[in-house]
Ligand binder design. Structure first.
Ligand SMILES: [Zn+2]
Length: 156
């Protein structure tokens, strides 16, 4: 099709027509032709191919050897022990996720930041560094060791 003159209305019709026949892939959200989606289970072609590869990988997994099972159990045990010994592991994990470029929600971001800041304050106080009582109180409130006063309740 050669273009003889600029026709905004025609261009809009062409775009609307193209968009109208496209819908988001249910896996990645990429706009994909409706015919393709019907053919591949509401997936774009790339996601359909990934799905196929995943299925094949699941089908042909070799059973674990006893040594591999022991190694996997050791890793699992270390993860469980690590999170029990380090109650702020979750905050470090969130921080690492954010530092690797992941967009966290504002609540997730302030949760890890407040928690790690509070623990830094408490660690400094335990090390004998000069820390204001007010900062310690604030930190203990963040960690949940001091309950926030119930200003509306009958407790006051
Ligand atoms: Zn897709």
């Amino acid at each position: 099709m050669t273009r003889s003159a600029f026709d905004e209305a025609r261009d809009r019709r062409v775009v609307d027509d193209a968009i109208g026949r496209h819908f988001p892939c249910r896996v990645c959200g990429k706009l994909t032709l409706g015919d393709t989606l019907s053919q591949y289970g509401a997936r774009c072609l790339e996601c359909f191919e990934d799905y196929g590869r995943f299925g094949q990988r699941l089908r042909y997994v070799a059973p674990l050897t006893p040594a591999e099972k022991m190694a996997a159990l050791e890793r699992l045990r270390a993860i469980i022990a690590g999170s029990a010994l380090n109650p702020r592991a979750w905050a470090h994990r969130l921080k690492a996720r954010e530092e690797s470029g992941e967009m966290l929600t504002p609540a997730q971001r302030s949760a890890w930041l407040d928690t790690l800041t509070a623990h830094r304050t408490l660690d400094a106080a335990q090390d004998g560094q000069p820390v204001q009582t007010r900062d310690i109180t604030q930190a203990l409130t963040v960690t949940g060791d001091i309950r926030r006063p119930d200003y509306e309740g009958a407790a006051l």
